[in-house]
Design a protein. Structure first.
Length: 295
């Protein structure tokens, strides 16, 4: 039996959440093209007959411009320091720039085994891939360099096989039935937030939050009430849309994913609330483990 904790680290939008979902075989982390989508250290648990790997999906590390950005970095830094192996994800379709260097410099301080994971290789040819491997191998003493496509699930078996050679522990941290450390309520709130980010694109800042107020799960159905929290009435109007059209679409798409997750009929009611008072933010967010959304 081999086991250990593995952090997925990189700048925003390198495919960390897509990769952890593919490795675990279950959607535990939401995805979108909006930077800062992942806010928490979400654990996905991989099991086979002789191995348990706890993958930690982290917020993308970046130079923070506001309080939320610093909080996200703090979460990511914690995961780097508290795992056995670091997977440093790089998007091969984008130049290796200042953001990647910023992450790499922080990784170097951790003194952990680091794999360089070249993601999205389905979008480049082999000659370009070889060129990138030769270029990146001199940046740091990476234990392994592994090209993958998280979206196409290419070369993930090789990644697992290689990780097994480095796993340090011989204990099982979670039961085989566990796929993640997060609650159903948290995953429901994230699925709703994902739909807001995807459907509103750049119109709504990534700092919006969703809180599940009611989660009544029965044998054949679940009744859920959730509140989408924003800071300005203008954002509230965007999320609601003309005659409630946007909120209805958000609810419809979120409900389908929640039904897939729970395996039963879901009755979902969404509300949108503008919170301008700091004490209200503390009530809605801090007590529930969410970040404040000050910019």
């Amino acid at each position: 039996m081999r086991s250990g904790f593995v952090s997925l680290t990189g700048r925003p939008n390198t495919g960390k959440s897509t990769l952890i979902n593919a490795l675990v075989g279950y959607k535990i982390a939401i995805t979108s093209n909006v930077s800062g989508t992942t806010r928490n250290n979400i654990q996905g648990i991989y099991n086979d007959e002789d191995t348990q790997i706890v993958f930690v999906d982290t917020p993308g590390i970046h130079k923070p411009k506001h309080k939320l950005g610093q909080r996200l970095n703090d979460e990511a830094y914690f995961s780097i320091d508290d795992v056995d192996i670091i997977l440093f994800l790089v998007d091969v379709t984008a130049p290796f720039g200042k953001g990647d260097n910023f992450v790499l410099e922080r990784i170097k301080e951790a003194n952990k085994p680091v794999f360089l994971i070249l993601n999205k290789v389905d979008k480049i040819n082999n000659d370009k891939l070889i060129e990138l491997i030769n270029k990146y191998k001199d940046l740091y003493d990476f234990k392994e360099i592994i090209p993958i496509s998280a979206l196409k699930e290419k070369n993930l078996k090789e990644l697992i096989k290689t990780l097994k050679e480095y796993l340090p522990d011989k204990v099982k941290y979670f039961p085989d039935s566990d796929l993640t450390n997060t609650t159903k309520e948290f995953r429901v709130s994230e699925l709703i937030r994902e739909k807001v980010l995807r459907l509103t694109h750049d119109e709504v800042p990534h700092a919006i939050t969703c809180v599940v107020e009611k989660f009544d799960e029965k044998k054949d159905k679940a009744i859920i009430n959730a509140t989408i929290i924003v800071e300005r009435d203008s954002l509230k109007s965007i999320i609601i849309g003309k005659n409630g059209s946007m909120l209805k679409e958000i609810g419809t798409k979120a409900r389908r994913d929640i039904e897939d997750m729970l395996g039963k009929k879901v009755y979902l009611e969404l509300f949108v609330k503008t919170i301008k008072n700091w004490r209200d933010k503390e009530k809605y967010l801090k007590e529930l483990g969410f970040y404040d959304i000050d910019e």
